[in-house]
Design a protein around this ligand. Structure first.
Ligand SMILES: [Ca+2]
Ligand SMILES: [Ca+2]
Ligand SMILES: [Ca+2]
Length: 270
C-alpha cells in the first residue's frame, strides 16, 4: 500500500509553511540569524542593509558627526504571513532625550516610502515624542520633523524648512491607522561588527500589512528609513513587494503539480 503519498505531500506542505521562523518582538536579534562579525543575516527571505561605521570619539558619520553614539548600523525586514517585521541595530541609545542646546538628539521614528521616491507615506511611532501621540501608533498622512542638514550636507538650524526631506526624523502628527508591536533594548550590547567593544541597541517591530494598504500601498517594493532627530546618520532599506500574493502563473503551476501528483498515484504499477 502506497496510499499515504498524497496526504504525506499535503502534510509536508503544511509543516513547511508553519515552520517559517516566527520573529518574536522582544528587542533581541536572535531570530534574525545574524553573523555578529558582518551583520549578514541568513534568514531566508530577509532584506537587509549594513553600514556600521567605526572609529574613535565623535567621528564623522555623514552628513553629521557623533561617532558610535549616533551610528545607524544595520536594518532588516521580512514579510511573513501578512506581517511586516523590521529590526534595527544602532549605536544610539533609545532613551536619549532631546537637548538641542547640548547637541543631544533623541531617536527618530520609522518612516516608510511607497514608490521609493523620497516621500514617506507611513510612520511608526516607536519612540513617542509628540503631544497626543500613541506609542507604537502607525500613522498615515504623517507630519514629519527633519534633521540638521540640507540636501548638500550643509548644517541648518533645528526646524529649518531647508532641511533635507529625504530624511524624516520624528513624527509630529498624522492619521492614526492602528498599532504596531515594538520593542527596543536600553542596555548596550557588545560583540558585533569589526569593533567588538562598541555598544549597540536593537529595535524590533511588527505590523499587519493591512496597515500599509490602508495608507495607500500598492503591494510593490518600498523603503524603510530611520535616523535620529539630528539626522546625523540615517539608514534606508528597500523591501520587495508582498510575497503573500502569488502571481497567476505560479498559482497555475502549483495546481498542475497537484494534478500531476494525483495522476501519478492513479497510474497502475507495472
Ligand atoms: Ca558602529
Ligand atoms: Ca552608519
Ligand atoms: Ca513615496
Amino acid at each position: 500500500m502506497k496510499k499515504i503519498s498524497l496526504s504525506a505531500f499535503v502534510i509536508a506542505a503544511v509543516v513547511s509553511g508553519s515552520a517559517l521562523a516566527q520573529i518574536t518582538i522582544d528587542g533581541s536579534l536572535s531570530d534574525w540569524k545574524i553573523d555578529p562579525k558582518t551583520w549578514v543575516s541568513s534568514l531566508p527571505g530577509v532584506s537587509y542593509t549594513e553600514e556600521d561605521q567605526t572609529g574613535s570619539g565623535a567621528y564623522y558619520l555623514r552628513p553629521g558627526y557623533g561617532g558610535q553614539a549616533y551610528d545607524a548600523e544595520a536594518m532588516y525586514a521580512i514579510i511573513q504571513n501578512g506581517t511586516l517585521f523590521i529590526a534595527l541595530a544602532t549605536g544610539h541609545n533609545p532613551l536619549t532625550v532631546d537637548n538641542f542646546g547640548n547637541n543631544v538628539y533623541a531617536a527618530g521614528d520609522f518612516a516608510i516610502d511607497f514608490g521609493n521616491n523620497g516621500t514617506y507615506e507611513l510612520g511608526i511611532n516607536v519612540v513617542n515624542n509628540f503631544l497626543g501621540g500613541v506609542l507604537g501608533g502607525v500613522y498615515a498622512n504623517p507630519d514629519w520633523a527633519y534633521g540638521l542638514w540640507d540636501v548638500a550636507g550643509n548644517e541648518v538650524a533645528p526646524g529649518s524648512a531647508a532641511a533635507d526631506m529625504a530624511h524624516p526624523t520624528s513624527l509630529r502628527g498624522g492619521t492614526l491607522l492602528g498599532s504596531a508591536e515594538s520593542s527596543y533594548t536600553t542596555t548596550g550590547v557588545s560583540g558585533y561588527g569589526s569593533k567588538e567593544d562598541d555598544l549597540h541597541y536593537f529595535y524590533e517591530i511588527s505590523l499587519d500589512l493591512q496597515l500599509l494598504y490602508d495608507a495607500g500601498w500598492d503591494g510593490n517594493e518600498f523603503n524603510i528609513h530611520w535616523t535620529q532627530n539630528c539626522a546625523n546618520d540615517s539608514i534606508l532599506l528597500t523591501v520587495p513587494g508582498n510575497p503573500g500574493v502569488p502571481e497567476p502563473g505560479s498559482l497555475a503551476l502549483f495546481g498542475v503539480g497537484l494534478v500531476g501528483l494525483i495522476g501519478m498515484r492513479r497510474r497502475p504499477a507495472k
